[in-house]
Every structure is written in structure tokens, then in C-alpha cells.
Design a protein around this ligand. Structure first.
Ligand SMILES: Cc1ncc(C[n+]2csc(CCOP(=O)(O)OP(=O)(O)O)c2C)c(N)n1
Ligand code: SF4
Ligand SMILES: [Mg+2]
Length: 351
């Protein structure tokens, strides 16, 4: 048996959102991951974010590759569209789906092996093309599913469970996403729900390529002393640049912080990201500054988390390709075959 269905009983007093759904309505099958795996906490954060945003589950499509992380879409949003693709190929499958139906919200779930090794090229092109999606990498520094080999995000000098030292230079996916032009870039920790849930909410509302690297300890293969992706290491070295409050468009905005401590970013749809600055000099609209800060803190052995960069006026792939507003999969013959007159006009314009 690859998954267990959950009983459909709801406690009658469970809170409901504006659609009348409880959190249970955003869950999936019972997880078969190891008890304590960080990936399960990320699934819980995705469930909480979609519940808070009152998302109709049928409006969301979740796509993944291969790995323990890529298995997780089975464990959340059981009433949404889902596609478990091939190892490292989630970004191209998602891009195709997005081009065919721009009206869905796209959530790509991947692992550090899936995205930083076999799928690195795919990841790069989804970011640089600005595919409107939330791209979550559940980053544990190992190939968990295939029993704990170092992945390309493992820090140089970190140790495997059996004591082998990783001599390779790590790939920092946040740095890559910034360099490639992603318009929303964040890093978080599976054990920090207060930071992760609003980050996911804001990323869902962002109209462009939103990337979140979530450090997610693998309790079976990478949670020992010597690992820089263990619960203890991340708790001890986590340096948050901001705390994010996310306010959807319809909510009245009231301020409760002293001036100078808060930065507000208004998104395209009118929703507001309110950033409580923990590092006073941190500017989340400066991609080059973000790269410098990440490198400096990494050299000091710290992991910078929070919303690292956001472009409040992003362009997505549909804007860049100037596609029609009507989704391709809703077009009928007259839309797709405009007839000889239209063809003649185009030909005449090219003569
Ligand atoms: C084409 C191909 N090559 C290799 C594999 C073997 N494989 C399965 S999962 C995986 C790595 C998964 O690592 P990651 O994406 O970090 O996920 P995790 O299990 O750590 O969450 C590999 C190499 C495969 N399934 N398909
Ligand atoms: S092997 Fe690691 S990544 Fe996979 S389920 Fe277990 S703890 Fe999670
Ligand atoms: Mg992994």
C-alpha cells in the first residue's frame, strides 16, 4: 500500500474559513514519511496557508518530481489537481500546464536532489522565464529517498551519518534564483511555522516566479552532529532578516508597529506584505544586496532566512509572451482557427 486514506470524519466544532471549509478539507492521505521528517511540517504549513487564503482546492494544481519531498503532495490538498512527474522534470511539466491553463494556481514541490542535481537546468529556466508559480524546495542536503547520499546543496565539510566528509562546493538555490531573475525569493525552516506559513501565503499571491528554499531536516540520514541541515544546527544558526505578516486584499490594514521597524510591500492584487525588520539595514527590494548578505552570513556560519527579495511589480511568462487572457484549454475552434481572412491579413502585413 503506497498511501492510507484518512477517515472523513470532522469534529463539528472545527473552525471554518470563508468557503465553509475546515483545515481537514485541505489535507491529503496519511503521510508515510519517517516520523519527525521536516517535509511533513512543510505539508502542514501549505495546508494552513491554503486554508487561511480561503483557496478553493479545485483552483490549485500541485506538481512534483521524485523523492520523499516530491511524494508529499499526496499528503496535502487531496481535492486539488496533482501530477507527480519524472525526477527533476517538474518545472517543465508545470510550465506546460501553466501555458495551457493560466487560471490555476501552480505549486511546484521538489527536493534538493530533484532541483539542484538532475533538475538544475529545469529549475533555472522556470526561474528565468518567470513562470507564475510557487516553487518550494524541501532542502535536507541529502537524497533521502535513496538512503542519504550527499546532495548538491550539502555544505562543504559537512559530515554524513557514517562520518564521510563532503568535499564539494554547495549550490545555494536562493543565490541561483536571485541571479536568474526570480521575483520573490525566500528561505525558511520547516520548524518555523510562524515564518513559513505567511511566506507561502505571500508567494501564492505573487504574480511571478516565487521561490522558497525550506531547510527541512531528514531525521533518518541527516540530523546528526556535523550536518548543517539538522534541527539543532539550523535552530542555532538561523538568522531571520524579517518576520512577515500577510494581509489579503480584502482585509482592513491597521498598523501596530513603530515607524521604521516595518516595511510594507503592496502586491499586484492589492494584498500587502508587512515586513517587521529584524535586521534594520536589510532591504528586501535589493537583489544584489540580498546576495551579498547571504554570502556574508554563510561565511560566518549563519543561515539567513525570511523574505530575502521581492519585486512588487513582477512580470510573468504570460506577460512576456503576450498570451491571450482566455486560457488555451478553454479556447474553441473559432478562437484557434480564425479563418482565411485573418490569415490573409497576417500574410499581407508580412509582405
Ligand atoms: C532518472 C532518475 N535518476 C535517479 C533516480 C533515483 N532517485 C530517486 S529520488 C532521488 C533523489 C531524491 O532526493 P531529493 O530530491 O533531495 O528528495 P528527498 O528524498 O531528499 O526529499 C534519486 C537520485 C530516479 N528516481 N530517477
Ligand atoms: S528518509 Fe529522510 S527525507 Fe525521507 S521521509 Fe525519512 S526523514 Fe524524511
Ligand atoms: Mg533531499
Amino acid at each position: 500500500m503506497t498511501y492510507l486514506a484518512k477517515p472523513r470524519l470532522h469534529h463539528p466544532t472545527l473552525p471554518t474559513n470563508k468557503l465553509g471549509y475546515t483545515r481537514r478539507d485541505y489535507e491529503g492521505a496519511i503521510s508515510t514519511l519517517c516520523a519527525g521528517c521536516g517535509h511533513d511540517s512543510i505539508s502542514a504549513a501549505i495546508i494552513a496557508a491554503c486554508f487561511n487564503l480561503d483557496l478553493p482546492p479545485h483552483r490549485l494544481a500541485k506538481l512534483s518530481g521524485i523523492g520523499c519531498s516530491s511524494k508529499t503532495p499526496t499528503y496535502f490538498l487531496g481535492n486539488s489537481h496533482g501530477f507527480n512527474s519524472v525526477h527533476g522534470r517538474m518545472p517543465s511539466v508545470l510550465t506546460g500546464a501553466n501555458l495551457a491553463n493560466r487560471e490555476l494556481i501552480y505549486l511546484g514541490v521538489s527536493g534538493d536532489g530533484d532541483s539542484a542535481s538532475i533538475g538544475l537546468g529545469q529549475f533555472a529556466h522556470a526561474m528565468r522565464r518567470g513562470v507564475n508559480m510557487v516553487y518550494i524546495v524541501e532542502n535536507n542536503g541529502v537524497y533521502g529517498l535513496t538512503k542519504g547520499q550527499f546532495s548538491a546543496t550539502a555544505d562543504r565539510g559537512s559530515k554524513s551519518k557514517r562520518g564521510a566528509v563532503n568535499n564539494d562546493s554547495p549550490i545555494d538555490m536562493v543565490m541561483l534564483a536571485l541571479q536568474l531573475g526570480a521575483t520573490f525569493v525566500a528561505r525558511s525552516f520547516s520548524g518555523d511555522k510562524a515564518q513559513l506559513v505567511p511566506l507561502i501565503e505571500a508567494a501564492v499571491k505573487h504574480q511571478g516566479a516565487a521561490f522558497i528554499d525550506v531547510i527541512s531536516p531528514c531525521v533518518a540520514f541527516n540530523n546528526h552532529p556535523g550536518s548543517t541541515k539538522s534541527y539543532d544546527y539550523v535552530r542555532a544558526h538561523n538568522e531571520a532578516v524579517n518576520r512577515l505578516d500577510f494581509m489579503p486584499r480584502r482585509e482592513a490594514i491597521s498598523t501596530e508597529y513603530a515607524p521604521g521597524e516595518v516595511q510594507e510591500v503592496i502586491q499586484h492584487d492589492g494584498s500587502v506584505l508587512r515586513l517587521r525588520k529584524l535586521a534594520a539595514d536589510y532591504d528586501p527590494n535589493d537583489a544584489i544586496g540580498a546576495m551579498n548578505s547571504i554570502q556574508q552570513r554563510h561565511a560566518a556560519g549563519e543561515i539567513l532566512t525570511g523574505l530575502l527579495y521581492v519585486d512588487p511589480e513582477p512580470n510573468d511568462l504570460h506577460v512576456m509572451l503576450d498570451t491571450a487572457d482566455k486560457p488555451l484549454n478553454a479556447m474553441t475552434d473559432p478562437d484557434l482557427v480564425p479563418g482565411a481572412m485573418a490569415l490573409e491579413k497576417i500574410n499581407a502585413s508580412l509582405r
